[in-house]
Design a protein around this ligand. Structure first.
Ligand code: FAQ
Length: 341
């Protein structure tokens, strides 16, 4: 199942660049490259059918598919609490949120497919461990307070990272992000609201919230990725307008915004070195454990095995649905094909 960007004909119906003599192709490609660079410099958006350098296509396929995988793996820690939500209202909200995350995965897989890989290929990379998904979803949800904290911190970090992607140079990704960001904003608020309710409750409820904050704080600030000077993809992605703001800058903005929210909530962020630095215009913070981050990204986090196994099982269990849908689709097209013959 390939998309329009895998067409083998040029826009004018001529064979595509790859089938032309080498010398002609490279001159043409140089011109295409210059035009592409100029469009990026002008802040123009690139569409699926436009010419793009192969590495731009690859980088976007990697980032958008990882993002899609994160959304659907991210449904698992929260899905685990749907049947245990404390009230009908919280259950309805959580159900809607988890469904939203599934929808985000679908928009993002669709955006990634415009770059030429099929959804089956993208999912195969996830299932065989060749593709990454966000480190944050490899931690367990131990109490109901974890659900509130995921909304507040994890969705909060996701919004901080994703609002700039609404201006990503690749238009199908940018367009998908607009709706996703609106929905993430509701997710963040519902999490904060659930925590506010618990913080007005019993001492045991308050302790549960503090415990959840203690466990999720550091993994949440790791979500933004490695420090800028250890981020191999950042420089090129910034040059291409895929990333608009660096990992460290987004992390700093998130920490600044969250400190005030923690104060209103009445919880302590588990970093004794967190302090406003007037000169930098940001909070200073304690050292981030990057060895833990890389261990989790490398597959050795607390829940990596369970998360991947759950996704593979869902895929295997759904085989009959995919098969029935394709048989149905064949039946729909068969009479038309027979009539045309
Ligand atoms: N986890 O050179 P960089 C959500 C990898 S959605 C795992 O800095 P880049 C919604 C990175 O892939 C959350 N791996 O990479 C929700 C690269 O490896 P590679 C997901 C990570 O791409 C909420 C290597 O490290 N959001 O939460 C992580 O320029 C609640 C070097 O790093 C997105 O995907 C990580 N945290 O910057 C759902 C947003 N960080 O591929 C349910 C879009 C880095 O070269 C419930 N993505 N790596 O082998 C991005 O903005 C970027 O891809 C970054 C990483 C910023 C994540």
């Amino acid at each position: 199942m390939y998309t329009q960007s895998m067409d083998t004909m040029g826009k004018d119906g001529s064979p595509d660049a790859d089938s032309r003599p080498k010398a002609v192709r490279s001159t043409e490609e140089m011109l295409l490259q210059q035009r592409f660079d100029a469009r990026i410099d002008d802040g123009d958006f690139i569409e699926a059918k436009d010419w793009m350098p192969e590495n731009y296509r690859k980088t976007l396929t990697r980032q958008i598919s990882q993002h899609a995988h994160s959304e659907i793996v991210g449904m698992l820690p929260e899905g685990n609490w749907i049947s245990r939500a404390p009230t009908l209202k919280r259950k309805a909200i959580l159900l809607a949120k988890v469904q939203d995350e599934g929808g985000h995965g679908l928009y993002l897989y669709a955006a990634a497919e415009t770059l030429g890989q099929s959804r089956d290929q993208l999912l195969d990379a996830l299932h065989t461990g060749r593709a990454k998904y966000s480190s944050i979803f490899n931690y367990p949800t131990l109490s109901w307070a974890d659900i509130g904290v995921i909304g507040w911190l994890v969705d909060g970090a996701a919004i901080m990272n994703q609002v700039p992607i609404c201006r990503c140079s690749y238009a199908p990704y940018a367009r998908a992000m607009v709706r996703i960001c609106r929905e993430e904003s509701f997710h963040q608020r519902q999490g904060y609201d659930a925590l506010l309710t618990m913080m007005r409750g019993t001492e045991a409820q308050k302790a549960m919230v503090q415990d959840a904050v203690n466990r999720w704080w550091w993994p949440s600030i790791q979500m933004f990725g490695p420090p800028d000077d250890q981020s191999p993809n950042s420089a090129q992605s910034m040059r291409w307008g895929i990333k608009r703001i660096s990992n460290d800058e987004l992390r700093a903005k998130f920490i600044d915004a969250t400190v005030d929210q923690a104060r209103v909530l009445g919880v302590t962020l588990p970093d004794p070195e967190l302090k406003w630095n007037e000169a930098r215009g940001h909070h200073d913070h304690g050292p981030i454990d990057w060895s833990e981050f890389w261990r989790v990204v490398g597959g050795d986090g607390p829940m990596n095995h369970e998360r991947l196994a759950a996704r593979v099982k869902a895929w295997d269990d759904g085989a009959w649905v995919r098969e029935a849908a394709s048989v149905h689709a064949r039946k729909q097209t068969a009479p038309a094909a027979a009539a045309a013959a």
